[in-house]
Design a binder for this molecule. Sequence first.
Ligand SMILES: Nc1ncnc2c1ncn2[C@@H]1O[C@H](COP(=O)(O)OP(=O)(O)OP(=O)(O)O)[C@@H](O)[C@H]1O
Ligand SMILES: [Mg+2]
Length: 182
Amino acid sequence: MKTLLKIDDLYAGVANKEILKGINLEIKPSEIHVIMGPNGTGKSTLSSVIMGDPNYTVNKGKITYEDKDLLKMKVDERARAGIFLAMQYPSELSGVTNFDFLKTAIDAKKVQEHIKTLEFNNLLNKMTQKLKMKDDYINRFVNVGFSGGEKKKNEILQMLLLKPKLVILDEIDSGLDIDAIK
Ligand SMILES: Nc1ncnc2c1ncn2[C@@H]1O[C@H](COP(=O)(O)OP(=O)(O)OP(=O)(O)O)[C@@H](O)[C@H]1O
Ligand SMILES: [Mg+2]
């Protein structure tokens, strides 16, 4: 099977600190990889580098995604190409409702051509029910005042709507109760 993501001898870090030192990883479609390691070893750093977080610099190595040079792609290009990161610490966006955020994201990614507001509402309702999220989550500001577990569910809601090809779940289980983990 073709390779989806390939990381070769990756060295990356912040300003003057190298965090990742020679990472190699190959992921093929439908594969699940689990990366485990003690706190502070660079798991979230690797996720951020794959997604293109500008706070991290790549000093050496290569990342190929669907035969493209991933490191040359901007963050939004990576997202449009189907990479999705569920963050360990999801950000709060005060003033932006979950509805507007999600609708704008799926319109930008063109998951579906011209989804109408009503149609989108129905889709959202279906998904929030599936995730056992309360109705008011949709009209609240993104993650503002959400509990730890609710923020994680909100990441999964984004994932379901955006239909990514490569999903990175950074400690998605932390903060979730037993039912939500399922
Ligand atoms: N901007 C930064 N400035 C200085 N150090 C940083 C910065 N970002 C990350 N680090 C350091 O890089 C190391 C790796 O951090 P990272 O968050 O990737 O670890 P992790 O494996 O995800 O840990 P955890 O299991 O706790 O989530 C840590 O020692 C962290 O303090
Ligand atoms: Mg981490």
